[in-house]
Design a protein. Structure first.
Lengths: 341, 304
């Protein structure tokens, strides 16, 4: 058994327990297995499905492609009914002038509607943004606040939640344990909803990197300094192994190219990318951006450990990748020069 | 308790008192564990809107504030710091807020001394001059301020609160405080204001934010001349605050303006509107606290 971020929704669940996190003695055992898996990693036994949908604008009916995509992935009403669903958008910092920084409110509204339509017990939105302590300001400036009010969606500030600790099973960094917000325990299903963006440190920021926003600022600082000091690629992997999200819906309708994740320029890609395995979703999204996932260090390291990233191991649903590839511009910096396919 | 007139402050004080965690302190959210930062902010907000003299010392709010200050002393760690996550665990960045509260309440000399000693020992990681030559970073990483978390770089907000606490403790001329002010000035964004502490990256200027800007202005007041950096920051806040009702940003922003006698006449209306928006929310405690701090007669005094 190696660490995985794939869904555990098929496992038996009780009404009392929400999600299982590795704690105590079990974590020590799992950590040993995780370290063992570092010695050989081969993704040939791994398969994942990723769905690509066209969506030209935020004014379009977005529920329809989300519903179609998730259904095609086998993530339909039977997986959602009765569950508590946490939507984790990418809200980085407050800005009205640059809406392409943050996941668009229309997509969050549509995802919530789909899960509610499938009789989720509750749907709530949670974020611990990295560049601004004031979540109220981020909601105000991003345009998400009126959507939350209209749709009666609860928002939970993960930066200031109570913290519980789990062992760092993957150990790509030297962090021995990870502090997670208590609200994660309330959710049965965690949905990463990133923006499709380039990133001046990591190459791309997609569903996996989006989980930095789960880590509580009261413990990790702003902009999540501890993770930066521990190493961004390694932290992405460790956090994903600890949080084990169930699903990703990437907002690629208007993404960001150039100096992402905050100062880049908007790039219309007209796409939604969905899947239950986050490395596979991110690898596909990277290809759609004209970036080779094998050259993005955290994706290459995720191969075999957290999921597949090779094209031959990813079953493509919906639209095919190749006709939709657009080369997102990369910052002119030596560290990013080798990322292009 | 009723303040002068039945304005929003009275309602906010009442709601804030009602949000207190049992048995002591305030949490970030209703039902959450009490934590140092919301407890300090709540108490400072109550003190900022206290009555001028007399009965306050015997009223419910004064007793609750005193009890919270004692609770902070109880959870102070042996090294002198106050933890951020839960009362006595997590990084020590809220320690300056505890020092400001203890100073405002008076007494508690031992906890204050230990807190100051910890604060003077705590410092952010600095980097070499070679790193500074890189165009990737916009600021001078050699300057030492305060980090959010021990062992990481110095950032704007923890440095500003540390400077405020040290100055309030009579250490405004201490070399750490002077260097902290230098860091704040170095991190100022060219167009005006501050954010979390990165003014540019990869050659691109980053965006300012109201709360860090207000905090920085508060820290610079009384210790820095009204320079072009200060003027640009004041202009930035005067431009953006009319459209902002997010409590923390509005509160810190107005405190910064008030410290430089630049708060507009409409500020009280903005605070009242923000109160209406925040009231009743499960995470209202730190929000109401900031509004009271910014709207109280004694708000800026608590940082001097």
């Amino acid at each position: 058994m190696e660490p995985t971020c794939s869904s555990d929704a098929g496992a038996p669940e009780t009404n009392v327990k929400r999600r299982r996190f590795l704690v105590g003695a079990g974590a020590v055992a799992a950590a040993g297995l995780g370290l063992k898996s570092f010695r050989t990693f081969d993704e040939s036994a791994r398969r994942a499905e990723v769905f690509i949908a066209k969506a030209d604008s935020y004014d379009a009916n977005l529920e329809e492609p989300i519903r179609a995509g998730l259904s095609a992935l086998g993530f339909g009403p039977s997986r959602v009914a009765g569950k508590s669903v946490l939507l984790k958008p990418n809200l980085v910092e407050p800005t009205r002038e640059a809406p392409h920084v943050n996941t668009h409110p229309a997509l969050i509204r549509a995802a919530a509607a789909v899960f509610r339509g499938w009789r989720a017990r509750e749907v709530f939105v949670a974020e611990g943004q990295g560049h601004c302590r004031d979540s109220e300001l981020v909601l105000e400036q991003s345009g998400l606040e009126p959507v939350l009010d209209e749709e009666r969606l609860e928002f939970v500030d993960l930066n200031h939640d109570d913290v519980f600790f789990v062992a760092n099973t993957l150990r790509f960094t030297n962090m021995e344990r990870l502090g997670l917000p208590s609200m994660l325990r309330r959710a049965d299903l965690i949905v990463s909803m990133p923006k499709m963006k380039t990133h001046h440190w990591a190459g791309v920021t997609l569903a996996m990197k989006n989980l930095f926003g789960v880590m509580p600022g009261v413990y990790y600082g702003w902009p999540k300094n501890v993770l930066h000091f521990a190493g961004i690629p390694g932290s992405i992997l460790d956090v994903n192994a600890a949080v084990r999200p169930h699903l990703a819906i990437v907002d690629g309708i208007v993404g960001m190219e150039g100096d992402g994740p905050i100062m880049g320029t908007p790039r219309h890609a007209g796409l939604l990318v969905m899947g239950t395995n986050l490395p596979a979703v991110d690898a596909t999204s990277a290809r759609l951006m004209g970036i080779d996932p094998w050259r993005v260090s955290y994706l290459a390291a995720a191969s075999g450990r957290l999921g597949p990233i090779a094209e031959r191991h990813i079953v493509q649903r919906g639209e095919p990748v190749q006709p939709l590839v657009q080369n997102f511009q990369l910052l002119d910096h030596p560290s990013l020069a080798g990322l292009r396919i | 308790m009723v303040d002068r007139g039945e304005d929003w402050r009275s309602a906010a004080r009442g709601e804030l008192l009602g949000l207190r965690s049992r048995p002591r302190g305030w949490g970030y959210r209703k039902g959450a564990s009490p934590a140092v930062e919301p407890t300090c902010l709540a108490c400072l907000g109550l003190l900022a809107t206290r009555r001028p003299a007399g009965p306050e010392s015997r009223d419910e709010a004064a007793a609750i504030v005193a009890d919270a200050a004692d609770w902070l002393a109880d959870v102070q760690r042996p090294d002198g710091s106050l933890g951020a996550a839960g009362a006595s665990s997590g990084p020590g960045w809220p320690t300056p807020l505890g020092l400001l509260l203890w100073r405002a309440c008076g007494g508690r000399e031992g906890p204050r001394r230990r807190g100051v000693e910890w604060l003077l020992r705590e410092q952010g990681e600095s980097w070499t001059s070679t790193t500074h030559a890189s165009p990737v970073l916009g600021h001078d990483p050699r300057i030492v301020g305060w980090p959010w978390v021990d062992g990481t770089h110095s950032w704007l907000e923890p440095t500003a609160t540390a400077v405020l606490a040290l100055r309030a403790a009579g250490l405004g001329a201490h070399p750490r405080c002077v260097e902290g002010l230098r860091l704040i000035l170095d991190r100022a964004i060219e167009a005006g204001g501050w954010n979390y502490g990165n003014k540019s990256a990869f050659g691109n200027a980053l965006r300012p934010q109201p709360a860090p800007t207000g905090l920085a202005l508060l820290a610079l007041a009384r210790q820095n001349a009204r320079t072009a950096i200060v003027d640009r920051a004041i202009r930035y806040l005067q431009e953006v605050l009319p459209g902002i009702r997010a409590c923390s940003s509005l509160g810190w922003g107005l405190l910064g303006l008030r410290a430089w006698d630049s708060a507009p006449a409409e500020a009280d209306r903005w605070l009242a509107e923000a109160f209406q928006h925040a009231s009743g929310r499960p995470d209202a405690a730190p929000k109401l606290a900031l509004l009271l701090l910014a709207g109280g007669d004694h708000g800026t005094d608590l940082f001097e």
